[in-house]
Ligand binder design. Structure first.
Ligand code: DGJ
Length: 750
């Protein structure tokens, strides 16, 4: 039984393979949080909730004679509003009379097979028999506002999902000014916060800091989950490492503005509240109307950060990503963006594709510039009609030439945007988000379309579905290159303007649902100026997302390291690009660029015709290697072997096949020094008793001294190591020399 209710204690216990989550209805009907952590069986875990008297913490009227009972110190599942809990709250709500208040009490509950779904929002799904659902119904007796808290329990995955639905069950209109998805109160422990911040070309930089008594906020107000703060945080104990220690993950399944606050209260209880950002947000609920908050994916492990990441990798790959592509082998692609930018014609594209096809690349992706008047980024967005000056005869002749090379064809679009200089904008200026009487702030010379309007999403559906129906398109790169400002919809009344940003997301999800549902054979890759919308919401439609516009292999180490905490390798768009790198000017060995791109979906983004004969030879091997390692990389368990790359002098990671029969270790040296210390690698996840040999060792760069003893391969040929030896004593590499060398080692159990 994954979900149990004990009617003598009024406690709910949710059980997964290694974790227990417990809550109970207290004597006043509030839903108290008791415990979330390592599995405990058969106990009521209410010892943390002893009555206590804290001055200035108000007491509910019904127990005013007692001074030791207060909502302000009680761990809760979801807070009310303005009724005695001064900590970060889940809710802001007021009635037509202006009175802000809600105090929720238990009404009833349901335990259901399978996993609940949320209307209009992406969420985790059950593949059959994996999950059970608990819905707890609560209500505020004064206003009639109802709260439905849903819990999805995935026992085999050690994941619990949460979602809140607010229903106006009263007779007057109410206005929500905040509606968080979930609250997680941890009455004990001292925690570090791990979060993933960044900027364009530098997404998801991992930062770890001890929680202080100041409230910590991780948020985006950009209308997108953003390059700047990913909607995923980890709370782990101060001593937690990759291999051990209590870790909680809190991941929002949402792609818009978000906010997670973490507060350590006066009692030492840590509270995390996560959901849609409340700034500029409001939602009018007329009687009978409901508001659904985005879902949250929680996971806990006592086995450290690697296990926590693996829990997220599994649930995202199997239960968030959808459709035919989620587990299928993705084509190795070549994208023309960094090869040509906006300046190409059909012959140039075919030339790039032809060379790539010779080397085993399987798909050509035509990026920005193929439509409308689009020779730079000042015009054309919105006019999704082929530019015949560049592509004479349209898309079909080009696609035919690409297909004749034995390659599939993919196309770039940026449907959510419009250029001022476009036919679409000239016809429908009111379709853009702009504030009345103000010139809008510009981003990349473009405006954001008002996707809260059904006629806008209908138009986009017509245009895009026509493209997909009329042409043989196998892949779509769906880009989004600016954040929302001037958020105002000409289609909504004044009191509903606070709904625009979220309605935009609902419109976007609906559009993506329609298109991905109608064209299931098309592989959709998400993108937002690189990884500006890399979140679980987008992954429900796009099984892969272009991870960053920074294609520099060394910079990518930190970006992909941060990304790996929450998201699986199969979702990480990564390409080999030209050097000097277009973003940083850095030159790295071609082999190193491939080793880094193989920690993702793998592809190329350069003109291979410009490579030397020697480099072309290398590319042939890279393509072969990626095919050889594909399943190991994508289906294996992922381990980070080193910490934050900037602080170390090498970065290493590893994937181990689920049956522990093989492992692939990748190492990149980031700071070559004189008298470089040796790289000692302690592997992870192997079978301690199993014996392993090196099946292949590929080295890219220079050794110091040159490899006369054949240390990188020959001398150790025929040797075997136990898994225990490789994990506890380690495997040592010789001294490296020169800029950014790398090694890839394939271990196989004998
Ligand atoms: C931003 C993307 O991240 C790039 O890969 C490229 O598609 C450009 N947009 C095109 O404008």
């Amino acid at each position: 039984m994954r979900i149990q209710f004990d009617s003598t204690t009024n406690a709910f216990t949710l059980t997964t393979r290694n974790t227990t989550y417990q809550m109970r209805v207290d004597r006043l009907g509030h839903l108290q949080h008791l415990y979330y952590g390592r599995r405990v069986e058969g106990d009521l875990l209410d010892d943390q909730i002893l009555p206590a008297n804290y001055g200035f913490s108000p007491v509910p009227y019904h127990c005013r004679a007692e001074q030791d009972f207060s909502l302000d110190i009680m761990p809760q599942e979801y807070t009310g509003c303005n009724t005695g809990d001064f900590r970060v709250s889940c809710l802001g709500v007021s009635g037509a009379d202006g009175a802000a208040g809600a105090d929720f009490c238990y009404v009833r509950h349901e335990i259901l097979p399978g996993k609940y779904q949320v209307d209009g929002l992406p969420c985790v799904y059950d593949n059959g028999g994996e999950a059970e659902t608990l819905v707890i119904h609560l209500a505020d007796p004064v206003t009639g506002l109802q709260l439905e808290l849903s819990y999805g329990v995935f026992d085999g995955q050690d994941v619990i999902t949460r979602q809140a639905r607010l229903v106006n069950g009263g007779g007057q209109t109410m206005t929500l000014s905040k509606a968080a998805s979930a609250c997680l109160d941890l009455p004990y422990g001292q925690w570090d916060l791990i979060h993933f911040h960044g900027r364009h070309c530098m997404e998801r930089q991992m930062e770890r800091l001890p929680l202080s008594r100041a409230v910590h906020t991780v948020s985006s107000r950009r209308g997108a989950s953003s390059h700047h703060h990913n909607p995923f945080v980890i709370l782990c104990d101060h001593a937690a490492t990759e291999d051990a220690g209590d870790c909680y993950g809190i991941m929002l399944v949402y792609s818009g503005s978000h906010r997670t606050d973490i507060e350590v209260d006066q009692t030492g209880c840590t509270r995390a509240v996560t959901g849609i950002h409340d700034e500029l947000f409001s939602w009018t609920l007329t009687p009978g109307e409901a508001f659904d908050t985005p879902e949250v994916i929680l996971s806990f492990t006592h086995e450290g950060l690697a296990r926590l990441s693996q829990n997220y990798h599994r649930i995202i790959r199997h239960n968030v990503c959808r459709g035919a592509w989620k587990l299928a082998r993705r084509p190795i692609l070549i994208n023309n963006w960094e090869a040509t930018y906006f300046h190409f014609d059909a012959d140039q594209i075919v030339e790039i594709a032809a060379k790539a096809a010779e080397l085993g690349v399987e798909m050509l992706v035509l990026d920005d510039g193929w439509f409308g008047k689009r020779d730079d980024d000042h015009s054309g967005l919105g006019d999704w009609f082929v530019n015949e000056e560049k592509l004479a005869g349209g898309l079909d002749p080009l696609i035919a030439r690409i297909n004749a090379l034995g390659m599939q064809f993919g196309l770039w679009v940026e449907p959510e945007m419009v250029s001022e200089d476009s036919d679409l904008y000239r016809a429908h200026p009111d379709w853009a988000l702009t504030l009345p009487g103000r010139e809008p702030a510009m981003g990349r010379h473009q405006l954001v379309l008002d996707l809260s309007r059904p006629e806008v999403t209908d138009y986009l559906y017509q245009r895009l579905s026509a493209l997909l129906r009329r042409h043989k398109i196998d892949y779509i790169k769906w880009d989004m290159n600016r954040n929302m400002t001037d958020v105002y919809s000409r289609a909504l009344p004044p009191q509903r303007q606070g709904e625009v940003a979220h309605r935009y997301l609902l419109g976007l999800y609906r559009l993506l649902d329609r298109l991905t549902g109608e064209f299931p054979q098309v592989l959709f890759e998400g993108c937002a100026g690189g990884g500006g919308r890399f979140d679980a919401g987008m992954l429900a439609y796009f099984p892969q997302i272009w991870c960053s516009d920074d294609t520099d292999a060394v910079e990518r180490l930190a970006i992909q390291h941060g990304t790996s905490f929450g998201y699986p390798v199969s979702t990480v768009g990564a390409h080999v690009s030209a050097c000097p790198n277009h973003q940083t000017g850095r030159t790295t060995p071609l082999g190193t660029r491939a080793v880094v791109a193989m920690a993702g979906t793998f592809g190329y983004e350069l003109d291979l015709n410009k490579l030397s004969a020697e480099e072309i030879y290398e590319v042939c091997y890279q393509v072969e290697d990626f095919r050889r390692y594909y399943h190991l990389i994508q289906d294996g368990l992922y381990y980070r072997l080193t910490d934050v790359p900037q602080e170390g002098w090498f970065t290493a990671w590893q994937t181990v096949s689920p049956d522990q029969s093989e492992a692939l270790v990748s190492v990149v040296l980031t700071h070559p020094r004189a008298n470089t210390p040796l790289v000692h690698l302690r592997l992870k996840g192997l079978s301690p008793q199993g014996r392993y040999r090196v099946e292949r060792l590929s080295f890219f760069g220079t050794l110091n001294p040159p490899d006369t003893a054949g240390e990188t391969g020959a001398a150790r040929a025929g040797r075997t190591w136990s898994g225990a030896a490789l994990m506890y004593a380690g495997y040592t590499l010789p001294q490296f020399f020169g800029d950014f060398p790398s090694v890839q080692i394939h271990f196989v159990r004998v």
